[in-house]
Design a protein around this ligand. Structure first.
Ligand code: HEC
Length: 133
């Protein structure tokens, strides 16, 4: 009997250990915000981040072009129509958990949207805002 109860308990404990290792958006974004802050001039503002996200370029491009008007629902890629999962970490727990992914897409998407890389200030403002959604 004892053997039969010990195993499930061991599994539960192991599962809890795995859950504890899950990376949360804020751990990654907080660390990245600190790094961006060392290159930025003004304290980051979520309001500024939101404004940058929606502001269209003269050619109509903005972050919303692919991510959609709401961060809480699935967007669709401007060119390919490919679906893009919601950006808000509160509804999509995979968001903002991987530094490499965040950096890669900031680079690509800023280039596509603005024709240049984003500044540390812009990235910090946007990341702060996104991390609060
Ligand atoms: C041309 C389409 C397109 C535009 C415009 C676009 N994105 Fe994205 N973005 C994507 C795709 C595709 C992905 C990767 C797929 C995914 O993560 O669902 C992505 C992912 C991201 C991620 C990764 C988030 C994470 O942790 O998973 C960030 C950050 C991001 N985009 C920021 C931006 C910002 C900032 C802008 C505006 C400057 C922007 N995107 C505009 C297509 C776009």
């Amino acid at each position: 009997m004892i053997g039969k109860t010990v195993l499930p308990i061991a599994l539960v404990v192991a599962a809890m250990g795995i859950t504890a290792m899950v990376v949360h958006a804020t751990e990654v974004s907080d660390a990245m915000l600190e790094e961006f802050a060392s290159e930025a001039t003004t304290p980051f503002s979520a309001e500024a981040g939101a404004a940058t996200w929606v502001a269209p370029e003269p050619n109509g491009r903005s972050c919303e072009s692919c991510h959609g008007e709401s961060l809480y629902v699935t967007g669709s890629h401007y060119k390919t129509g490919e679906l893009i999962e919601p950006m808000a970490p509160s509804v999509n727990s995979e968001r903002l958990t991987e530094r490499r992914k965040i950096n890669k897409w900031f680079l690509r998407n800023c280039k596509w949207t603005y024709g240049r890389v984003c500044t540390a200030q812009e990235k910090g403002d946007i990341l702060l805002w996104l991390s609060q959604q």
